[in-house]
Design a binder for this molecule. Structure first.
Ligand code: ATP
Ligand code: MG
Length: 258
């Protein structure tokens, strides 16, 4: 469907071991530019490992990967200039205000007019009113929005979000979802990892499930739903939920079968 030439992220036969733990055993995936791609997997499946390889923090043992057209192994500097990475642990400095955090990053990246960049991002992330307050006074959702805003400084075409909403309350999750949708709407490619199946269902154009070192399912939600027959007919035909598909493909018995 997507031509290889135009993929924002392309991964082929990627392998990674830690000592004798063979975490990635030949991962293949492709992310189209401007789309949201969700990588699902259980704890320890290797999601963070894959994201770290794609963001050049870690080297693969075998296989290849490119981001924004650059090879992660041989063109690491170009990859780094094309991405941002937001991990589970926010890079926000608690002692600084939201605005000061943004100005700091813009300065670190040697951008012109850091103040204007900060004000623009505060407005985009609905943080203008809180901009002059210390980040330590922010709610979890505000902090995560600030963290994502910081990662956007310099307009990277590809952004990696490793579990962007873990630990957030439902309202804060919705706020982050809005931000992610807006990013993709503006043409940024988003690869996110999540353990929340509804998050993938809500956000992603394409969903992949990483299990035992490989991508065992990859497609649009509609395509993944075709992996399972529709549930029994009551009054209307019920489509399987992503949770049911996930449990079926990773081979775990679904609790409370209908
Ligand atoms: N630097 C490392 N050294 C040794 N083992 C590691 C290292 N990094 C990750 N691992 C192991 O590799 C496996 C995959 O870890 P990874 O963090 O990629 O999983 P994950 O899918 O991100 O899990 P989670 O959902 O808990 O974040 C785990 O068993 C982990 O313990
Ligand atoms: Mg992880």
């Amino acid at each position: 469907m997507t031509s290889t030439r135009t993929s924002a992220v392309r991964v082929s036969g990627l392998e990674k071991s830690f000592d004798d733990l063979h975490v990635l055993r030949g991962v293949d995936l492709e992310v189209a530019p401007g789309s949201i791609f969700a990588l699902l997997g259980s704890n320890g499946a290797g999601k963070t490992t894959l994201v770290r390889i794609l963001s050049t923090l870690l080297r693969a043992d075998a296989g290849s990967a490119s981001v924004a057209g650059y090879d992660v192994a041989t063109q690491a500097a170009d990859v780094r200039a094309s991405i941002s990475l937001t991990g589970q642990f926010a890079a926000v400095d608690e002692l600084l205000s939201g605005r000061e955090n943004l100005v700091l990053v813009a300065n670190l990246r040697h951008l012109k007019d850091p103040g204007a960049i900060a004000d623009d991002l505060l407005a985009r992330f609905s943080l203008t009113d809180a901009g002059s307050r210390k980040a330590s006074t922010y709610s979890g959702g505000m902090r995560r929005r600030l963290d994502i805003a910081m990662s956007l400084i310099g307009d990277p075409p590809v952004i990696f979000l490793d579990e962007p909403t873990t630990g957030l309350d439902p309202q804060a999750r919705l706020e982050v979802w809005d931000v992610v949708k807006e990013l993709a709407g503006q043409g940024t490619t988003v690869l996110l990892t999540t353990q929340y199946l509804d998050e993938a269902e809500q956000l992603a154009d394409r969903i992949a499930i990483l299990h035992e070192g490989r991508i065992i399912a990859d497609g649009t939600l509609a395509e993944l739903k075709q992996l399972l027959p529709p549930a029994e007919i009551e009054y209307v035909e019920k489509q399987p939920t992503l949770e049911e598909i996930f449990l079926a493909v990773v081979g775990t018995e679904s609790k409370g079968s209908r």
